[in-house]
Design a protein around this ligand. Structure first.
Ligand code: FES
Ligand code: MG
Length: 599
């Protein structure tokens, strides 16, 4: 891009101000005038700012962005820009079958085309529900025009009979009570509905609160903005400030690659441990990093994040919910506590407001010590993820912060074999198989059973489904066994408190070790050594692999839509961010590829 008077020529000028080609300029111009924009707005050098709108009736978690966009527009205009709002392919975590994760890369792909192929100088990314945050950050990473994220904010706290009811978490808890006959169907629906009292996304520390907090920790949102509940006035106010700020970011040419550096990702990993973030975070952050060309692996998550304590007391690992998190000070208060203990690795990382994360957060006050603890008085020590490896898979993660006292007593308290357990595998091929057979007494489940879920990865499901946290059968629940170890090549909802072993890569559908596992096999998990193995000989593993090949590989359901087939043909594994492999080579395209040729 050429520079005029030291300032970079805006890419929108290539559309609306190209004297060498008056015919094309007129064609671009006349249609954008047709709803009332003026030549003055489009031709006087004002930055044109996209508002990537993820809200719609199909996406209730993000729907409030339709309102917030009005304040974003006001901010853009106040700072001398021109807002251009457009829709993003909706991704509703709870509504999209077979799984919303299938659509993350579809929304990503489409947004790359929009950001690259239209006259946009910068963009406001309206984030919120689980997959919307990574999809939009991944696209901004690939195109690399100035971008700032605006969270829609969590719902208000849910309440039922005087107790907080948290999104998702209340479902996992109450379905046990329903299965045990303690509540009936209508009571079950009522308690679950109580957890969704307003507009906004999940009020627990699920994947949404996690990813919105990490978007702020990465530096892509204004400080303090992630935790503001959706209906609060501050939410509209931060939307206005976000709109103002993006115009200046365009003038400063402050791009995603200037903000989302390796240092920023390490900060985000540390914050993820401190907040008790979702097991989906490594998938999404690794994906964003890959689109930027930043090296980041699941091993980095353990190395940088495992020793960091859990200090945020939100469900599912703790007690409180989104409003409490905001009142306590949100992400800046968490970062300030980490900084006091010397645990934030890179206080000098740049953020969207043009200041470093350290400058933004060092003086932030922790306003409620029950919700945000100090590092000296954490909820759990060593709260980050462990990356497990063995003949079952090359990588699978476990969120150690949600290991319950019951689980620790039963599985991890043998003094002769600390932090390790062995058990007998019972293998399910997909959630339908699990639901069809789990109550069958002939399976003979007991506390030494390890439940396996396979066929649930990016290729097998397809999309990588949140189905690994499996509930024990009713007869075990009635005996007081509330959780069995669960392992699988799918994902788990961030709102679940199960200490499952997840995101196993490679998945069974591409020939990973899980495809060789048989019900009745003994399996050993060692958290200290970081291993997960089927206890059979290497020769037996080889024999089983030959058998699998002779059967034509691990069987999975046929494609139902064109996108399922396209994505399956090019998607990477969960440990690699589940990215579309051919997309990764396109980096910084607003610069490396210039602007597209004329329309
Ligand atoms: Fe949308 Fe949780 S389902 S944020
Ligand atoms: Mg989810």
């Amino acid at each position: 891009m050429s520079k005029i008077n030291g300032a970079k020529r805006l890419r929108s000028r290539e559309w609306f101000d190209n004297p060498d080609n008056p015919g094309m300029t007129a064609l671009y111009l006349e249609r954008y005038l047709n709803y009332g924009l003026t030549r003055e707005e489009l031709q006087s050098g004002k930055p044109l700012i996209g508002i990537a709108q993820t809200g719609s009736d199909l996406s209730p978690c993000n729907r409030h962005h339709i309102e917030l966009a009005k304040r974003v527009r006001d901010g853009i205009v106040a700072a001398g820009g021109v807002p251009l709002e457009f829709p993003v392919h909706p991704i509703q975590e709870t509504g999209k079958r077979p799984t919303a994760a299938l659509d993350r890369n579809l929304a990503y792909l489409a947004l790359v085309e929009l950001l690259y192929g239209y006259p946009l100088d910068g963009v406001v990314l309206t984030i919120g529900c689980d997959k919307t945050t990574p999809a939009l950050l991944m696209a901004a990473a690939t195109v690399n025009i100035p971008a700032i994220a605006l969270s829609v904010g969590p719902m208000l706290n849910g309440w039922h009979n005087g107790a907080r009811t948290g999104s998702g978490t209340v479902v996992w808890k109450s379905r046990e009570r329903l299965a045990a006959g303690e509540i009936d169907y209508d009571q079950f629906m009522d308690v679950v509905a109580s957890s969704a009292p307003s507009v906004g996304y999940c009020n627990t520390m699920g994947t949404a609160t996690t990813m919105n907090s990490l978007a702020e920790a990465l530096g892509m949102q204004l400080p303090g903005s992630a935790a503001i509940p959706a209906p609060y006035r501050e939410r509209g106010q931060i939307a206005y400030q976000t709109g103002k700020r993006i115009v200046d970011m365009v003038r400063e040419d402050l791009k995603p690659s200037d903000i989302m550096t390796r240092e920023a990702f390490e900060n985000a990993i540390v914050v993820n441990s401190a907040i008790g973030g979702s097991t989906n975070a490594p998938i999404h952050l690794n994906a964003i990093a890959r689109h930027l060309g930043v090296s980041l692996t699941v091993d980095d998550w353990q190395k940088v994040g495992h020793h960091v304590p859990l200090i945020v007391n939100l469900q599912p690992a703790g007690e409180y919910l989104g409003e409490d998190y905001h009142h306590a000070g949100g992400v800046p208060a968490v970062v300030a506590e980490l900084m006091k203990a010397g645990l934030l690795p890179h206080p000098g990382a740049m953020t969207a407001n043009g200041r470093t994360i350290g400058d933004n957060c060092s003086a932030a006050e922790n306003l409620d010590g029950k919700v945000i603890h100090t590092v000296a008085n954490p909820l759990r020590k060593d709260a980050g993820f462990i990356n497990l490896k063995g003949n079952l898979f090359d990588s699978a993660i476990m969120k150690t912060s949600v290991i319950s006292p019951e689980f620790r007593d039963r599985y991890l308290s043998n003094p002769r074999d600390p932090d390790a357990f062995e058990g007998v595998a019972v293998v399910f091929d997909g959630p339908e198989d699990y639901h069809g057979r789990i109550e069958d007494p002939s399976l003979g489940l007991n506390e030494n059973t390890i439940l396996f879920m396979r066929g649930a990865g990016p290729v097998g499901y397809p999309g990588g489904a949140e189905v690994v946290n499996m509930q024990p059968p009713a007869y075990l629940l009635k005996m007081g066994i509330h959780s069995l170890p669960c392992i699988g090549d799918g994902r788990q909802s961030g709102t679940s408190g199960s200490p499952s072993i997840l995101n196993a890569s490679p998945e069974a559908a591409v020939g990973g070790g899980l495809a060789l596992l048989r019900t009745g096999d003994w399996v050993r998990i060692d958290l200290r050594k970081g291993t997960a193995d089927i206890l059979v000989s290497d020769d037996e593993i080889k024999r089983r692999r030959v058998d699998l090949q002779n059967e034509g590989g691990y069987a999975y359901p046929k494609h139902q839509t064109p996108w399922q087939e396209i994505q399956r043909s090019m998607v990477d594994q969960l440990s690699e961010g589940m990215v579309l492999k051919p997309a990764v080579k396109y980096q910084n395209i607003a610069v490396t590829s210039g602007v597209p040729r004329d329309n």
